[in-house]
Write a protein that binds this ligand. Sequence first.
Ligand SMILES: Nc1nc2c(ncn2[C@@H]2O[C@H](COP(=O)(O)OP(=O)(O)OP(=O)(O)O)[C@@H](O)[C@H]2O)c(=O)[nH]1
Length: 428
Amino acid sequence: MQLEVIGVGGAGCRIADAIRAADEEAASSSFVADAFAFDTDVDGLTDLGAIPDTHRHRYGETIDHGLNGNLHRGFEVGEEYVDELSRQLDQGQPSLADAFLVVVGLGGATGGGTAPHLVANLQTLYDEPVYVLATLPAKSELEDGPTDEIDHRAPVAEPATDGPTDDTETATETAADSEPATIPEAETRPLAEANAVETLEQLDGLANAIVCFDNELWLRPREGLGDGRQRLNRELATRVGAFFGSTADTGGLDGDERSRDGRDRRGESGAETVIDANDVGRILGGESDVVSLGYGTQRVESDDGGGSPFGLDIDLGLGLFGSDSSVDTGAAFSAVETTIRKALRGKLTLECERENAERAMLIVGGPPAWLNRRAISEGRETLESATGSVEILGGDAPRSGGDEVFAVVVLAGVDPIERLETMRAENR
Ligand SMILES: Nc1nc2c(ncn2[C@@H]2O[C@H](COP(=O)(O)OP(=O)(O)OP(=O)(O)O)[C@@H](O)[C@H]2O)c(=O)[nH]1
């Protein structure tokens, strides 16, 4: 499937940029139709690398360096500029997209204030689902966060009342110096959790689904967001790319035509079980459910090309297209089994009780000869018993010439989530 990826606010733009960069690297499984960056802070836009200039848009010209966490103002600005932002999308081809992905860092005012208006507007203008990808704030951003979760080596700065809110330069300096990490001014956002709760409330009933990434969970001990955010954004982009990049680009074909054909528009060998935009829609749902992603990977020897030179896929019982007899069945089984276990049991983008998931999806990808069928089918059974989900879908994503096996687990409708419940209770 093809997505319009739209970043709003500092975090949203940086993450959308990282997604676009990852998508360019994985050209054969590209899923980003267009990527846009919308911010009130011009510096944030200038620092992006992958999103083309034509797709970066600064709005609210009278606003200097962002809204500094004033969410009330953020909602006003969002409402005022939403039509202007939606018009920017015409630089791309939004009507051809299978879905929209609005990316936002919850906690700020620009992204948090604009995202609900933008999502509502896109729902009105287009028929395709509008998903949100949202980060949750780190505890170290809160001025009065629990002291044992703050880097004690680093004095927490007073919240900025003016001056630049983009912390790129400060972060770069901190990383470059080998001094103990300090938390740059802009990272201190006393209202981050309260803002996050409010934006989530606003998104409820508007977004089809909200894929969450918890900064608190992903930062290392004593690592500030300024130091860690690039790594976090790459981790997130990898997961988003593994998920959406594994879906078939139907090129206008419906599911039946495509599975008879066995190949998708990208020319990659067709998967045995193809996941398409409709399947994604079924699992993510349309009720603003919270979604968490799990991911596991293992390096393997490349099968160099996959498929027979005569275009015949000879099944030797090894993998989906087991044309490479050099891949040991036991090794393939174990690689698939391990990646599925990592994806299911390892760190999720948002920690949650797996057994609460109402719907779930497992995608296994990698060199065709390594995609051991038995291990994939056992993995689906494991997911089924781990989640007790009513609805489970599985798919595979053969990547000829690749050198890793990967698995993505998508858990949807995972309420109640302790992290969100606590945040809501503390910010009533
Ligand atoms: N993962 C990740 N999170 C970020 C990043 N930058 C900021 N955040 C998080 O996103 C929240 C909002 O920050 P921004 O996106 O910079 O804020 P904004 O939407 O631009 O709003 P204002 O600065 O208030 O105008 C912060 O509280 C952080 O939790 C980033 O690059 N990566």
